[in-house]
Design a protein around this ligand. Structure first.
Ligand code: HEM
Length: 143
């Protein structure tokens, strides 16, 4: 099979997986209570790691298409926004879950735990919104 199409398939599939994990974790942050188990570290890290696959497969596709200079501006915007999503996942979201695990282990109040969870939820929602913007940039290139 054509390696270009295979990579494009991997690109779209990994992007979809990335969104699925972001949604699932965001949902967990929103409904967090004492009875809900915190997500495993690997699960929280899976989002940014899959994001790296999206980024590298996208970079490979760009090389095959003649390099950055040949890319329509919207696709370039989308590629850069992807880095912002990655930073959100590996930064405030990842750190937020760690902070929550520590707070729970230290026996922090429900209110304190909920406020950390709410912040994780807000960052996650921003990542989801950006993901949809990137998807639109990838599809509607206007050039
Ligand atoms: C959340 C992140 C991303 C999503 C959801 C996404 C989604 C998509 C989708 C659905 C397509 C197919 C569009 C079409 O064929 O009409 C596509 C194509 C493409 N993407 Fe992404 N992408 C993302 C990030 C990136 C990044 C970071 C790069 C580059 C570093 C990139 C580079 C490309 C390129 C070059 C194509 C064109 C392939 C072609 O025309 O054959 N993408 N992307």
């Amino acid at each position: 099979m054509d390696p270009y199409l295979l990579t494009k398939f991997l690109h779209i599939l990994s992007a979809a997986l990335w969104l699925a994990i972001t949604f699932a974790l965001g949902q967990r942050a929103r409904v967090l209570s004492d009875t809900i188990t915190l997500p495993a570290k690997a699960y929280v890290l899976a989002g940014p790691l899959i994001g790296v696959i999206v980024l590298s497969s996208g970079t490979w596709l760009i090389e095959q298409l003649g390099g950055w200079a040949e890319m329509p501006p919207l696709l370039q915007v989308g590629a850069h926004l992807t880095i912002v999503i990655l930073v959100i996942g590996a930064g405030p979201v990842w750190l937020g879950w760690r902070r929550l695990a520590k707070a729970r282990a230290a026996g922090a109040s429900q209110d304190a735990q909920r406020s950390i969870a709410r912040r994780i939820g807000h960052w996650t929602q921003l990542a989801q919104l950006l993901w949809v913007v990137v998807l639109a940039c990838m599809v509607f290139r206007f050039a």
